[in-house]
Design a protein around this ligand. Structure first.
Ligand SMILES: O=C(O)[C@H](O)COP(=O)(O)O
Length: 218
């Protein structure tokens, strides 16, 4: 399956750099709506057979223009919502307290999945809910699937599950709003990232540091 993980369009909390992960969350800013409107054109070359969004308003708003352009239903699933910030909810991300959020979630990607976000979920729980939605999509038989999800969730799931993306790579590359990570694989065979925001990701074991971007794709 070809899996396109797309971060939602800009929200007011993104502008204010707040850790805003709760359901239903905010809508999109005018720029976020424009980013969503541009997605059908940005994905024009993709033969999308299924479209998913999380339970948060911002991913459903982002999915709407793509759904309309392709005549697809939006499948809403809680499992692909943002990694919960727990007690750090609405803390500014750049403060020492806020930085604990990214330290915790990338520790999950590095294998410490028993670790729990203060007042929130564990890595085991977070990865399991994300895995379950991807397994559902794979079982549907769709060959190309778009999931409109969230920045931390996409980076951490990809670092945890793609054989050619390491934690350092994903941690160094925040996703822009409507940034796309494209992967190929299956729950049983595993996943390889093909591109990260348009940059080709080197296959594992083909020389050079794993997960090193080679440059702009196509
Ligand atoms: O890192 C953040 O800003 C919050 O976790 C929310 O991420 P999102 O804007 O991608 O949902």
């Amino acid at each position: 399956m070809r899996l396109l993980l797309v971060r939602h369009g800009q929200t007011p909390s993104n502008v204010d750099h707040l850790l805003d992960t709760a359901v239903p969350g905010p809508g999109l800013t005018p720029l976020g709506e424009a980013q969503a409107a541009a997605l059908p054109e940005a994905l024009a070359g993709e033969d999308i057979e299924a479209l998913y969004a999380s339970t948060l308003i911002r991913t459903q708003r982002t999915a709407a223009p793509l759904a309309a352009a392709r005549g697809l239903d939006v499948v809403v699933r809680d499992g692909i919502r943002e990694l919960s910030a727990g007690d750090l909810e609405m803390v500014p991300g750049h403060t020492p307290e806020g930085e604990r959020y990214l330290r915790t979630v990338f520790a999950w990607a590095a294998g410490d999945t028993a670790l729990r976000m203060p007042g929130g979920e564990s890595g085991e729980e977070a990865l399991a809910r994300y895995d379950a939605v991807i397994a559902e999509a794979a079982a549907s038989g769709a060959r190309a699937v778009v999931m409109i999800s969230h920045g931390a969730a996409i980076r951490v799931w990809t670092a945890a599950r793609a054989g050619n993306v390491g934690v350092a790579f994903a941690a160094a590359r925040p996703l822009e709003n409507t940034g796309v990570v494209i992967l190929e694989g299956s729950p049983s065979a595993g996943w390889q990232a093909l591109t990260w925001e348009g940059a080709v990701v080197e296959p594992a074991g083909e020389g050079g540091p794993a997960g090193e971007a080679l440059g702009a794709a196509g």
